[in-house]
Every structure is written in C-alpha cells, then in structure tokens.
Design a protein around this ligand. Structure first.
Ligand SMILES: [Zn+2]
Length: 477
C-alpha cells in the first residue's frame, strides 16, 4: 500500500505541475469568484448496498384521492431542495381515465422546460433519481423512493428506460411521478435509512519532535462525527456528535481533559466543524436538516451565543471550517457533491454567502486548513481519491482540484497546517489512517504512510495547536 501510494504520488506531482502550468490564472480566478446559487440534488442518507428492484406496476384500481404520505414527503423534499413550486397530487374520482392521482399516489411537480433555471432543476432531480450508486445499483433513488414511472418532456420513464410519450399533455410544464404502493405508503427503503455509523473517540498526538503518542480513548460514547479546533495557549477543543447532539471537550495544553459538555441538544445534528480564533474564541458549526448553524464560545469559556443559522440551504451533507491568519473564518459546505465556500469577516459581522468552489458533483467528503502564509487548503474525496485545492493568500484564485492520492478506497480526509508551513493530510481507507506531509515550500508530498492500522475507524479530524503539536481524533467502532 505504501509503495503504491508513493508511486502514485510521483505521478500526481507531475500531473499537478503540468496542470498548474496549463490552467490560465484568469479563468481560475473568474471561476472562483462567480457566485452561484447553492442548488443541488436532495440530501441523501448513506445507504448500504441492499436495495429493492424497480417499483411494482400497480396502476390505479380503486379511488381514494387522499394524498399518500410517501408522495407528500417527496413533494416536501423537492420544495426544500428547489424552492417551493406549484404541485398537485389528488384528482377527483369523477374525472376520466386511469390515473394514480385518483389514489393520491401521483405527483405533478411544476418545472417548465422553457425556463432555463427550472429546466436545470428538473435535470438535476432526474439525474439524482437515475444515478447509479456506489454499489452499482442503477436508478438507485428512483427505486428507493418506489417511483413506478415518470413523465417529462414528451418522454416516459419506467424500469430504467425512457420512451416517447404521446399522451395529450406533452408534460413540458410539470413532471409527473407515479408511485407504487410501497413508495406511496412510505414502506420503500428511502424511509428506512441505516443508522449512522458510530464509535468511540481516540486522540493521537504528534509531539513537536515528530513522535506520535499512539491513540488513547477520550470518549466511549456512540459518536457519529468529530471536529477539532486549537486556540492560542495550546488548548484544543474536541467537538463530538452523539445521538444528534453536539458536545465539546477541552484538552488543556498540559494534556488534561475536561468532561464532555452538552453544547447543542438539537437531536438531528449530522456533522460538526470548528474554528479557533486568535482571540481565544471558538466557533462551532453544526449541520442539522441540511442547514448550517454557528455557535460562538467566548474567550473566557464562560458562555456560548447559542446556535445561529449561517446557511439555510437545506441540502448540505458535510461541513468543514478553518481560521485564516487574517482572522477570517472559512466555512466549506458539501451539497449534491459540490463544494461551496462561505467567508466570515475577521470582525465576525458578516458572511459573504456561499460561493461555488468545486462543481464536480462527485465529492463525498471535505476538510480544510489555513496555513500561516494565508493560503487555504481544501481537501476533497471523490471516487475514493483525494484531491487538494489551494486558495491563494489574497483570495483572488483557487488552483483547481489536483489529484493527490488515487487509492480509490478513501472515505474521509482531514488536514492541518503546521507553523512551518508544512501540511499534514490524513486519509481514511478500510478503517485505517495514512498520513501524508506536504513540504514547507509546497513543492512536494512525502507520500502516504500508515499511521493507525486499527481497521475499524469510521471518521477523523485533525488540528495543530500553537505548541506545534498535531492532534488527531479518530472515531473507531
Ligand atoms: Zn400527473
């Protein structure tokens, strides 16, 4: 594994250098500074490989137009994702023809093919429904939702195939969705997502002499997400999520830990991020219902502001944060496989709003760190590979994503900048952690080396305290 990584590293370095030479800087800058609406596919739970087939062909046989719960849920999901559009479910029993509308299990959702935005939204939705999942299941979301057929723009989809549709309505001003009974009744697998993976939290410390202490248990709870932030003086804040609630745990520079403190009892938190400020304040970001909230701890540690909404998008699936030397806080959000950046000014009085940084639509995990020189490093995982994307210190351009680690089995990444401008990047693959260092000059990477061969690790987070120690937190089953 080590050898493969090292070889890949050399290839990647060459590719990165070539790409850096070939990408016109102006084009990169324009891309980075263009604000786009954070509009993307609905948030999707982390399903396993088990999935049902295409919905059974259960056409209308009775009449009961009351809207069925699965159809209402699907309509609400679309409204949250794309903004509320006109829609209809129920149809009177006296109206002519056979239609699942008369059984409350068909949805007409209004997108107009002649409106560029709505046409793009319709395409985004259909792409999401018909995408092949990571296990090779075609039309995975359409099957999980129990959708029996779809009519849109003179075509009808069923069992994975589009065919010409010649009915009276061309369906160019709305998409028709008919649900089989399992979907209509909320019995399909979309409504039974697996519980998030959970485990215990371990802390591993790299001393400034380069030695690792080894992982030690710090939280025996059923933790599903973790973040770390360092503040001046060597203190490090560990933030964990268990049961949808956020907790903080402070490690003093001497190595002692406080007890876990319940910070947010929301109950539906799925991810956390944290940023330490030079003032000693700590910003904790929580992700709940696809929306991001910020909660600020004062420098004395005597109070929190409470959670404030920062991004109400509703489709965000992961977050990351870091503080630049300027005092600006960079918040990164993942939505529909795209990465957005949102910048809080140093005074903490305003946010820029979300800007698109990576439109690849295939990103599954993110993390970020700001170096002492002001550059911000964004790491992304897509297709099990790790990419890095560098924002220059003045914020005028992004380098674009460069392939760093082509392992193919990577599920999570975290990275942290050291005071000497080196970057330590940690990858998680097959439950094990590798570490890869970028040199001070930024001209090369060491290649991935095994750090923790535990084999049951499900997530990780890292930060560097100002005493030059790297703190790595892992969640292991
Ligand atoms: Zn219809």
């Amino acid at each position: 594994m080590k050898l493969a990584h090292t070889k890949q590293h050399l290839t990647n370095t060459l590719r990165s250098l070539l790409a850096a030479l070939l990408v016109p800087l102006a084009a990169v800058a324009a891309m980075a500074l263009t604000a786009l609406p954070a509009q993307a596919a609905p948030p999707t739970p982390a399903f396993g490989p088990a999935i049902e087939g295409y919905a059974p062909k259960q056409y209308q046989t009775t009449c009961d137009p009351t809207a069925k719960p699965g159809v209402l849920d699907f309509r609400d999901l679309l409204n949250r994702t794309y903004g509320t559009h006109p829609s209809g479910i129920s149809r009177d029993c006296a109206s002519g023809g056979t239609s699942e509308h008369k059984e409350g299990r068909a949805l007409d959702y209004h997108f107009n093919i002649n409106d560029a935005t709505q046409a793009a939204q319709a395409a985004d939705l259909l792409n999401w429904l018909q995408a092949t999942d990571q296990y090779g299941n075609q039309d995975a979301m359409a099957r999980r939702l129990g959708i029996m057929y779809i009519i849109w723009n003179r075509q009808i989809w069923q069992d994975g195939n589009w065919k010409p549709y010649t009915g009276a309505s061309p369906h160019t001003d709305h998409i028709h969705f008919s649900f089989g009974w399992p979907g209509a009744r909320r019995e399909a697998s979309w409504w039974h997502p697996p519980a998030p993976a959970a485990g215990r939290v371990f802390h591993n410390l790299r001393r400034d002499n380069g030695d690792w202490t080894g992982a030690s248990l710090v939280d025996a709870g059923a933790v599903t997400a973790v973040a770390e932030a360092a503040v001046p003086g060597g203190d490090m804040h560990l933030v964990t999520v268990a049961g949808g609630r956020a907790y903080t745990n402070l490690r003093r520079s001497g190595g002692s830990w406080t007890d876990a403190f319940l910070l947010d009892d929301n109950g539906s938190i799925t991810d956390v991020a944290a940023a330490g400020l030079s003032s000693g304040e700590v910003l904790v970001f929580t992700l709940a219902g696809g929306r991001v909230f910020a909660n600020l701890r004062n420098a004395a540690g005597t109070s929190w502001t409470g959670a404030h909404l920062v991004d109400g998008n509703g489709t965000i699936t992961a977050i990351a944060a870091t503080t630049a030397p300027s005092g600006e806080v960079h918040l990164f959000t993942l939505s529909g496989g795209r990465v957005f950046a949102n910048l809080r000014n140093a005074a903490g009085t305003s946010w820029t709003g979300a800007f698109l940084v990576d439109d690849s639509t295939s990103v599954t995990a993110i993390d970020a760190t700001a170096a002492p020189n002001g550059e911000v490093h964004l790491a992304t995982v897509a297709g099990g590979r790790v990419y890095t994307n560098l924002r220059n210190a003045t914020g005028t351009s992004w380098s674009g994503a460069f392939l760093l680690d082509a392992n193919g089995g990577i599920t999570a990444v975290t990275l942290t900048a050291l005071p000497d401008e080196r970057i330590a990047l940690f990858t998680l693959a097959a439950g094990r952690v590798h570490v890869n260092y970028r040199n001070e000059a930024g001209t090369g990477w060491s290649g991935a080396a095994m750090l923790d061969a535990n084999g049951t690790i499900i997530n990780l987070a890292a930060t560097t305290s100002d005493d030059d120690e790297i703190h790595l937190a892992t969640i292991a089953r």
